[in-house]
Structures are given as C-alpha cells and as structure tokens.
Write a protein that binds this ligand. Sequence first.
Ligand SMILES: Nc1ncnc2c1ncn2[C@@H]1O[C@H](COP(=O)(O)OP(=O)(O)OP(=O)(O)O)[C@@H](O)[C@H]1O
Ligand SMILES: [Mg+2]
Length: 430
Amino acid sequence: MTLLNQDLAEPSSLSTVSTAGLLEKIEILRSALRWASRLERADIEKLLRQANALRDEVMQLSTKERFVAAAAGAGAAARPLPAGERRRALLARSFVFEGTFGDNPDLLDALEVAEKAAPTDLPVLIDGESGTGKELMAKVIHANGSRADRPYISVNCGAIPENLLESELFGHRKGAFTGAANDRKGKFESAHRGTIFLDEIGELPLPGQVKLLRVLQSHEIQRVGSDETISVDTRIVAATNKNLRQLIVDGTFREDLFYRLSVIHVTLPPLRARKDEIPLLFAYFGAEAAESLKRQPLRMTPRLRDFLLAYEYPGNIRELRNLIYRLSCLAGDTADLAHLPADIRPRSAPVQAQPDQPPVAMSAGALGEARRAASDEAERLFLERGLREVGGTVAELARRCEMNRPHLQMLLKKHGIRSRDFRPTGNGAA
Ligand SMILES: Nc1ncnc2c1ncn2[C@@H]1O[C@H](COP(=O)(O)OP(=O)(O)OP(=O)(O)O)[C@@H](O)[C@H]1O
Ligand SMILES: [Mg+2]
C-alpha cells in the first residue's frame, strides 16, 4: 500500500510532473487497487482522491504538452499553410473544436490564438458581430484549457438589472437588501477554479465596471452586505459586439478595464467576409438539421441557392443556421425562394409560387391564377409533410385525412409525389 501512505503532490505543485513519474504512480495505484476488496471504506476513499489527483496531473500535463506544441508551431506561422492543413494540424494537437466549423483563414487565426491562450489564465476579449460565434469561441477556450472539467459560468451583462448586478456577480449576505432572504453565492464564486464568460461586456454599467476591475486586480470579491473578502480563482473571458474603443471615446467604457480584459484579443470575422465558406456551412447545417428533424437532407432550387450564396447575413452564422433549419422544416422535396422568411424574400418571389413560374401579369385573371398557384403549393406541401409523418404509407395518410385512397393517389400523381420516397428505407427523395 505504498501509495495509500504517501500523499500525492497537490495539482498546484505540478511543475516537476513528468510522464515517467506519473506512470509510476499509476502503476502503484493499480497494484493497490488489486487488493481493494480488503480495504476499508476510508482507504477506498483515499485511493479515489489519489486517482482524482492523478487524473488532474495527467490533464495538466496534456494541456502543457499542447501549449508547448502550439508555441513551437508559432514559429512556423511565418510560412502560411493551406487552410485544410491548419485545421488538420489543430486536430492532430488534440484541439477541441466544440463544433466550430470552417476553414476561413481569419477563423483559423482566431482558433490558433484560442489554442495558445487556452492553457494560460490570461483574460481573453472576443469581439465580432452578433452571431459570429463569440460564445462558441469562449467554450472552445474553456474546453482546451486546464480548467475544462471545472465550471464554465456564463453571465449576460446586458440582461441583469443594474440594481441586481453586484449581487448577481459577487453574491450577497442574508438581509443585505430587501428580498435577500438567504446568503447567496455570486457567479464569480460559482466559477471558482473554472471560467466565467462575461457576455455583452459593453453593456456593463460604469459602477459594475469599477467592481469588475477590482476583481481583476485583486482576485478577491466581497458579497454584498459583507466585509469578508473571498479569494476567487476564475479565468475571465469577455465578449462584445460593440466597438469598445468607441465606447471608451464616448465615456461609457473604462479604458483601464478594456486593457485588463483584452490581454488576448480575438476578433471573429463576419460571415459576409468569409462567403467562401457558405456552401460548406449549407452542407454542415443541412446534415445537422436533417438529423435533428429526422428529414431527408435539404435540397434547394438553383435560384434559392444563388440567393443564399449572395445574401449578406446580417445575423451571421446564427442566421444562416436558422435559415437552413427553417428551410429543412418547411420545404417538401426541394426548398425555393418562397420558403424564405418574408422579410428577406426577394420581391420577385411570390409566396408559395411554383419554382419556375414566370412573374404573373396584372390582368383580370391574375389574382385567380395566383390564388390557384398558392393553393396548389399548399396542397403539395401538406401532402409531402403528411407522407413524411406516416412514413410513406398512402393508406394511413388517407385514413388520417378521411379521404378515399384513389382520390389521394390522384392528388399525389398530380403533384408528381412518389410515396416510396418517404418510406424509411426509400431513397431518391433527398
Ligand atoms: N464557426 C462556427 N461553426 C459552427 N457553428 C457556429 C460557428 N460560429 C457560430 N456558430 C453557431 O452559430 C450560433 C451563434 O453563435 P454564438 O451564440 O456563439 O454567437 P455570438 O457571437 O455569441 O452571438 P451574439 O452576439 O448574438 O450573442 C450558435 O448556434 C453557434 O453554435
Ligand atoms: Mg453571444
């Protein structure tokens, strides 16, 4: 029981950790565990604590090794690598992408900065327009650091009323203010040894900024209504879609806080600056949506595809993702301009129009014709959705719609819908 009687080094004294030393400790632990049936509960608990300490050491070591590899790679950055190779190199260094997708050089720059920043405790400021992936990037930084298995606490600074902000961030003592019925931990304490993500940092009012600055300087907090100082070991990642330098000029953001928060500064490019990625993102989110909605992968008419390739995406990746989910959900076999939300649909695309129908002339019969086209399209969408729900069984759909089967078959024929394309084993509808 050598290990039982010898205390493992605390994870904080890991500077001397080596792979050989760790393997030796693990071997001793394994041999101790062979006799586990003879151990008392207290001994088992001690062994478990030791196993956890070892796991922390291994985590720390792999993070360190990754950091060394990333730092070594920094020299090579002078020779630009093709995007695919840069992504593969990140993968080879066990980088955790957390679902971040894309090969755009600016995005890869951001991921490589995140890789180097992750194992350190330096504050990171992420900026970029809404929907560019700032929160995702914060998770990437957390997941690639030594705090990955510790808490990740997200705070939206713009969503907390000003009078509750201090208590939300730092906690309060019972009776500190009306409604403070119990002692309560704040977000900083909850994120102890982990990461706190301060989203919409540009929305933090000036008094909150002063308090945050104090935490960054002293690593201590005080709960509202208490004199006791509590040490917090929390890694700070902040994000904003505002131009903080402009806010400094306007006098609404403190310059000293900006410099404290932005030791590492990551800027995420808007989607319109990486349009080359849009086809890949279609495929990526199309497959994701098909799986989650249990549908065939999305197909688009050429004119919808052209529209989406040229579209500016003010809501960036979030907007593109939402659009693909919407189209996957609403379109039957093939999505068209008519399935776009009304506010972005080009004027020339009448709601529910047939894909290749020429613009309707404003003549006496035009309204009736437009009504007929819309009703036809609604009928087609209804039938496709229905068949999907019943797994392509015409008899079942007829039963549910209280329609006789030959009539339903006639409607399916009219729209060129093949029921077998909706059967689970069917193919060809994709
Ligand atoms: N590179 C990417 N690869 C895959 N998905 C992404 C990528 N970037 C963003 N997303 C997805 O887009 C959506 C929006 O991302 P996120 O919430 O991180 O954006 P944000 O910049 O924080 O937006 P906001 O400023 O509005 O809060 C999420 O569903 C996220 O998973
Ligand atoms: Mg966000």
